[in-house]
Structures are given as C-alpha cells and as structure tokens.
Design a protein around this ligand. Structure first.
Ligand code: G
Ligand code: G
Ligand code: NA
Ligand code: MN
Length: 254
C-alpha cells in the first residue's frame, strides 16, 4: 500500500528514470540496439527493482501513465542520440498487457513518434506471450496496425508462457527473445541447450530474428554464435546503464 501511494507521485516527482541495456549483433560485435529498463529512485528506499513495482503499477493501472512516459522518454533519447550523430540503433520498449488492452496503444505510439521525431523503424515494442493469449484476435489486429506504422515487434521471455507455437506464424513478429532462464545453464544443461537450439531453429524457419537474453560468459556466447543466433544482450556486454554511459559503449564496439 505504501509503495502504491508512493508510486502514484513518483512520475511527477521525477523519481523514475530509464536505463539502457545494449543489444549486440553476434556477427559484427556491434551494438545494434538497446532495451529500455525502468528504474525507480525512491527517496527513502533507494533503487526499487521493477520486478517489485511493475506488478503494483499494473494492479493499480498506474502502468498506463508510467508506460506512456517510458515510451516517450525512450523515443526522445533515441532521437537525441541520432541527432548527436550516433549510428542509428533500435530502441526496444517493454509493454505490459494492460497497455495493450487498456489504452489506445496504436494512437499512443503514433503520437509519441510524431512528438519525438523518431523514425518508426528505430522503435521496437516488446510484448510477452501473456499479452497474446489474453485476446489473440484483438492482439493480431493491434500488432498489424503497429506494423503498418513501421515499428518492430518482439516476443519477450519466449518459452516461459503458456501459449502455443501457432501464434508465431499468425502474428506479425520481427524478433523472438530467448528468456535468460534458458541461457543461464546452456553449457551444463543438455535440456536448456536443446531448447535454445530449437528456438533459434524455429526463428530461422519463420524468418524472425532471434536474440538471447542474460548472456554472461564467453562459453554461452560461443554456443549462440555456433548455432547462428542473431543477437545477444546480457552482462557479458553490459548491464543496463544510464543514458550518459551509452555513447562510449557504442564507440568502443563500432
Ligand atoms: O532490469 P530488470 O531487473 O530491471 O527488469 C525486471 C523486469 O521489469 C523485467 O521483466 C522487465 O521486462 C520489466 N520492466 C523493466 N522496465 C519495464 C518497462 O518500462 N515496462 C514494463 N512493462 N516492464 C518493464
Ligand atoms: O524480463 P526482462 O527480460 O525484460 O528483464 C530483463 C532482466 O534481466 C532485467 O532485470 C535485467 O537487469 C536482467 N538481466 C539483464 N542481463 C542479465 C544477465 O546477463 N544476467 C542476469 N542474471 N540478469 C540480467
Ligand atoms: Na523485456
Ligand atoms: Mn526478457
């Protein structure tokens, strides 16, 4: 209850900020995009994890104004980097199911792109399988409308939900994100290795890109490279960092 009432004012008090985790092309080693990850600098509790406050934001529907702010801030930042002469990168933004079902997400995305001036192809929206299973018919229409604007769509935490594989070909998806739960023990668990190989294989068959999350070691990277995964993100490159730290990371890998 305390956190919910604090969260209600956090946006207005400027306590929310975005950090950015690089996404790396496995072939070239270049940073090709970022995932924006929300951070809450609570005046007394310090940094509160999104794993802790996103569920509260969802239950209270505060995720609607917060999510709209995240989308705009991430697009504004990506446009600022573009204007500063940084090579163009994709900005991935997480969307909650409530944002997809409880607001006019298509209008919001269109407005934010207009206001910030970010070209649509440099925005990617991450949704989870749970968004899709709630109302597949509606979601396919929304995703098609978003694709028509020109933004990318990715499926986050792939393999952890309950949905069937059939949506992979029915929905206009550009990228599959392999959940880090499958990447962690890649080198020691034959099951996890098989799952990761399978997901990379399905992505290739369906002509979706595939990115592995939570990559922390050279060994994991070597496995993913040898199985032709497209991209990775994880501590092996960098954790999510404040915007000011990004240009140097990009330059070091260009
Ligand atoms: O970086 P990490 O501990 O910080 O993220 C924890 C969880 O919070 C992840 O599941 C991530 O997808 C989620 N998350 C981070 N930022 C956002 C956001 O802006 N919107 C939504 N809906 N979820 C987010
Ligand atoms: O659920 P989602 O995948 O959107 O959230 C990403 C979460 O994973 C964030 O909490 C982020 O801080 C965390 N994360 C990112 N890279 C790594 C990594 O290499 N190892 C671990 N253990 N966690 C990571
Ligand atoms: Na995510
Ligand atoms: Mn994820």
């Amino acid at each position: 209850l305390r956190l919910e009432s604090d969260l209600r004012g956090a946006l207005a008090r400027g306590e929310l900020e975005l950090h950015y985790q690089p996404q790396v092309d496995l072939g070239s080693g270049e940073i090709v995009g970022f995932e924006s990850l929300l951070r809450w600098r609570h005046p007394e509790l310090g940094m509160v994890s999104p794993a802790c406050f996103i569920p509260i934001a969802e239950e209270s529907r505060l995720i609607l104004p917060i999510g709209a702010w995240v989308l705009e801030e991430a697009c504004r930042q990506n446009k600022a980097w573009l204007d500063a002469g940084m090579p163009p990168k994709v900005m991935a933004v997480n969307l909650s199911a409530i944002q997809f079902h409880g607001a006019d997400i298509v209008a919001l995305v269109r407005e934010v792109l207009e206001r910030t001036g970010l070209p649509a192809p440099w925005l990617e929206l991450e949704i989870t399988e749970s968004v899709i299973v709630e109302d597949p018919e509606r979601v396919v229409k929304l995703m098609e409308a978003l694709k028509a604007i020109g933004v990318g769509m990715s499926i986050d935490d792939f393999g952890t939900g309950y949905s069937s594989l059939s949506y992979l070909k029915r929905f206009p998806i550009d990228k599959i994100k392999i959940d880090r739960a499958f990447v962690r023990d890649l080198e020691t668990s034959a099951n996890d290795a098989a799952i990761v190989r399978m997901v990379i294989g399905i992505a290739a068959e369906l002509e979706h890109k595939v990115i592995a999350e939570g990559v922390e070691s050279e060994g994991q990277l070597a496995f993913l490279r040898s199985h032709r995964c497209d991209e990775y993100q994880g501590f092996y490159c960098s954790p999510a960092v404040p915007a000011a730290a990004i240009p140097a990371l990009v330059a070091a890998r260009q």
